[in-house]
Design a protein around this ligand. Structure first.
Ligand SMILES: *[C@@H]1O[C@H](CO)[C@@H](O)[C@H](O)[C@H]1NC(C)=O
Ligand SMILES: *[C@@H]1O[C@H](CO)[C@@H](O)[C@H](O)[C@H]1NC(C)=O
Ligand SMILES: *[C@@H]1O[C@H](CO)[C@@H](O)[C@H](O)[C@H]1NC(C)=O
Ligand SMILES: *[C@@H]1O[C@H](CO)[C@@H](O)[C@H](O)[C@H]1NC(C)=O
Ligand SMILES: *[C@@H]1O[C@H](CO)[C@@H](O)[C@H](O)[C@H]1NC(C)=O
Ligand SMILES: *[C@@H]1O[C@H](CO)[C@@H](O)[C@H](O)[C@H]1NC(C)=O
Ligand SMILES: *[C@@H]1O[C@H](CO)[C@@H](O)[C@H](O)[C@H]1NC(C)=O
Length: 473
């Protein structure tokens, strides 16, 4: 990809080479790549198991971008090293901010980032998924990709987190899968590294496996996930491989063709948590099917899942869970060799539609037509968090993201014919929020977007509910 990228830039390649010479002193981590159902270090060729934590200090109620504040990174990155981590998952970032220093510090510490591209205000809505899948939404997703695509220590992106969270909203999977497709096509159109794209599924027994197969099925390789995360809280206290149900899951997913990992784990029914599942996750009991996971979560928030208590921007107090996790990681080596991973080219069979059980559509909506402009121009100006897109049906006004000048000077990448889709998939229902003039001023860095934002602004209460419905961290 690197070579292709330089080639594609033609004249700019000299600059690119010069740039990388200048950057030589900066540590870069080798990309993590995928083969079969496993991750590998692209430099050493060794199997890569995620040893991570979920990381969103402040949680969803006090949303802060932990990768944009070097003080916060200086506080936390040494703790990641002390715990022996190689990855963190971040649920929301602010795409208007500069993340270079923190990403660099993480790279130097050997830590990869798995990044959710959504924000509470800009994500697929359970109440009206078709409407929320619109060009303004895709602009925020693509702008976040623009900001992070160049860091070698981005392990992957999540196109969605727990959007399906019970049996009544399985239809939302259709739109999340369309976002997976659009993200992968966007990275190709922009000549970025093809960073893996996945989905992080809620621990819903009735449909988590249906979801896993749905996201990995069908003829369109772009629409299929590159990796799949399951949030799983089944190992409580000093459980076991059998009692926790892990053994059943290893069997159930044994024919799954892409990397699978625990995108959240750490049941709190028994506290302090002994984290004895570490011994199982990083053993041959699991390694043929799972590639590690992320403990929920680094900082202690209202729901009491933390490893550390945050005292201030410069200090944290480690909790007993932290010590327990650290000692479990210390005493648990990865399986030797390739851990019996499987190279299985059989993608999943698409689950069939069944009312009340699995209502996702195996025919995906076309990308909203206005969004194809981003493929040729890039996403334009990032809009930050607190930029509500969920209730905007239909196509966007592109002038909101591009100044005339920027639009004419941005480099145009060659487009494959399939990426410029026709028509809009979004329903033509008028925005339910446009009638209200109530504007809430939530804490955010969103740039003002004139009338477009005002029209989409929704009452605080409604937004708060949207947070609960759609974005449970
Ligand atoms: C990506 O990194 C290369 C080499 O360091 C640099 O030349 C290029 O400008 C970067 N691209 C972006 C979009 O930041
Ligand atoms: C929200 O997070 C910021 C930054 O970490 C912190 O300074 C502030 O005190 C927090 N506010 C609340 C209400 O927790
Ligand atoms: C190298 O890292 C420093 C410190 O994080 C950063 O300021 C600088 O922009 C980086 N250089 C390049 C070329 O990425
Ligand atoms: C792939 O599918 C074929 C046909 O169903 C089957 O025979 C084969 O065992 C499968 N391969 C794997 C690795 O599951
Ligand atoms: C694996 O098995 C499940 C059912 O247990 C099925 O839905 C899925 O399509 C299978 N995948 C492959 C690759 O055969
Ligand atoms: C699936 O999508 C197709 C194309 O948009 C549509 O014709 C069909 O009615 C949808 N099926 C269901 C069950 O919603
Ligand atoms: C798009 O936005 C620009 C600037 O806000 C405005 O001048 C223009 O009339 C808008 N176009 C449409 C079709 O709404």
């Amino acid at each position: 990809m690197e070579k292709m990228w330089i080639g594609a830039l033609g004249l700019s390649s000299l600059l690119g080479i010069f740039g990388s010479l200048v950057a030589a002193e900066n540590a870069t981590l080798a990309h993590v790549e995928i083969d079969g159902n496993a991750f590998f270090d692209s430099k050493t060729g060794e199997r890569f198991y995620i040893r991570g934590v979920d990381y969103q200090p402040g949680g969803s109620s006090n949303l802060t971008d932990p990768l944009a504040d070097i003080e916060i990174c200086k506080r936390d990155v040494p703790k990641f090293q002390d715990l022996g981590l190689n990855a963190v998952r971040v649920y929301t970032v602010d795409n208007t901010q500069d993340h270079t220093e923190c990403m660099q510090m993480l790279a130097e510490a050997g830590v990869y980032v798995i990044l959710d591209v959504n924000t509470p205000d800009s994500s697929i809505s359970r109440s009206n998924p078709g409407c929320s899948y619109n060009a303004d939404y895709l602009q925020t997703v693509f702008a976040t990709i623009d900001v992070f695509a160049n860091y070698s220590n981005v392990l992957g992106f999540f196109a969605g987190n727990e959007v399906i969270n019970d049996e009544t909203n399985t239809n939302t999977a259709t739109y999340v899968k369309a976002v997976v497709r659009d993200m992968k096509k966007y990275m190709r159109a922009r000549n970025y590294r093809q960073i893996p794209v996945g989905y992080s599924a809620a621990d819903v027994t009735e449909n988590v496996q249906l979801a896993a197969h749905y996201f990995n099925c069908g003829d369109d390789a772009d629409a299929r996930v590159d990796m799949f995360g399951v949030n799983d809280y089944s190992w409580c206290g000093k459980s076991s491989f059998q009692v926790s149900g892990y053994s059943t899951k290893v069997k159930a997913y044994s024919n799954y063709s892409v990397p699978l990992f625990l995108s959240e784990f750490g049941c709190t029914k028994v506290t302090p948590r002994p984290f004895t599942e570490i011994g199982s996750i990083y053993s041959t009991q699991m390694s043929s099917v799972f590639s590690g996971g992320l403990v929920y979560e680094y900082s202690n928030e209202a729901n009491n899942y933390g490893l550390v208590q945050i005292d201030s921007d410069t200090s944290v107090t480690t909790l007993q869970d932290y010590q327990n996790l650290k000692s479990e990681f210390e005493s648990t080596q990865n399986p030797t060799g390739d851990g019996n991973y499987a190279k299985n080219n059989n993608v999943s069979t698409c689950p069939t539609y069944e009312a009340g059980k699995w209502e996702a559509n195996n025919t995906l909506p076309a990308m909203p037509s206005a969004a194809s402009a981003f493929f040729s121009k890039g996403a334009g100006e990032p809009m930050g968090t607190g930029y509500p897109t969920q209730f905007r049906c239909g196509d966007t006004n592109l002038s909101d993201y591009f100044t005339a000048d920027a639009a004419s000077t941005t480099q145009s990448a060659s487009l494959s014919s399939s990426s410029a889709s026709e028509g809009s998939s979004s329903s033509s229902a008028s925005s339910s929020s446009s009638a209200t003039s109530a504007t809430s001023s939530t804490q955010s860095s969103s740039k003002s977007k004139g009338n477009a934002v005002a029209a989409a602004e929704v009452p605080t209460l409604f937004r708060a509910m949207a947070h609960v419905w759609n974005y449970v961290l």
